[in-house]
Design a protein around this ligand. Sequence first.
Ligand SMILES: Cc1cc2nc3c(=O)[nH]c(=O)nc-3n(C[C@H](O)[C@H](O)[C@H](O)COP(=O)(O)O)c2cc1C
Length: 196
Amino acid sequence: MTVKDLMLRSRSYRRFDEKKPVTMEQLRELADLARLSASAKNMQPLKYVLSCDSGTNRLIFSQLGWAGYLEDWDGPEEGERPAGYIVMLHDRSVTTHLGCDHGIAGQSILLGAAEQGLGGCMIGSVRKKELHDDLGLPKHMDIVLVIALGVPAEEIVLEELKPGGDIRYWRDSAGAHHVPKRSLKSILIEGERKKV
Ligand SMILES: Cc1cc2nc3c(=O)[nH]c(=O)nc-3n(C[C@H](O)[C@H](O)[C@H](O)COP(=O)(O)O)c2cc1C
């Protein structure tokens, strides 16, 4: 599989077949990909909580916000919920400067998940204080991102955003999730370069 194949496959999935498990071994492998990722000043301040048991999954799920643009959808129903999670933590005792390490690590995890036949979603909308308390985490660690994981049970359609079009993702009457992406042409900038 090429990197582009993986990128195309690595969508944000929010509905899963909850009966199909995610194993601790799979989660450990994904955390290992995050460990190998680039890090500002190579400080590596990220730490991870892994969950694939139903009790901890329930605790995590109850603190997440799903698909803000789908106003009439409150998130996945029971049976469609993620079978595993990686909670990404910033360990401030290593450095207070996080840079963009969390985004890079999140992408590594989602690409690895796609390779494993899993899908997932980075969730930034997290009631962080509540989840921190529920998980009994140390005071010097902040939750930065939760990555929900499972075997996907939804169709996702990428489409090109037309000029003046709406970037909001939407769901059609058959339940497929549509994600508009800006065209390559529209994101490549020439600028008025100095003559050299
Ligand atoms: C930093 C970050 C935070 C996100 N937070 C949420 C979130 O809280 N809830 C959610 O449902 N999706 C969240 N997403 C997923 C985005 O909505 C998704 O990436 C976007 O719709 C594009 O879809 P795609 O990932 O399939 O390309 C987040 C994505 C990123 C990168």
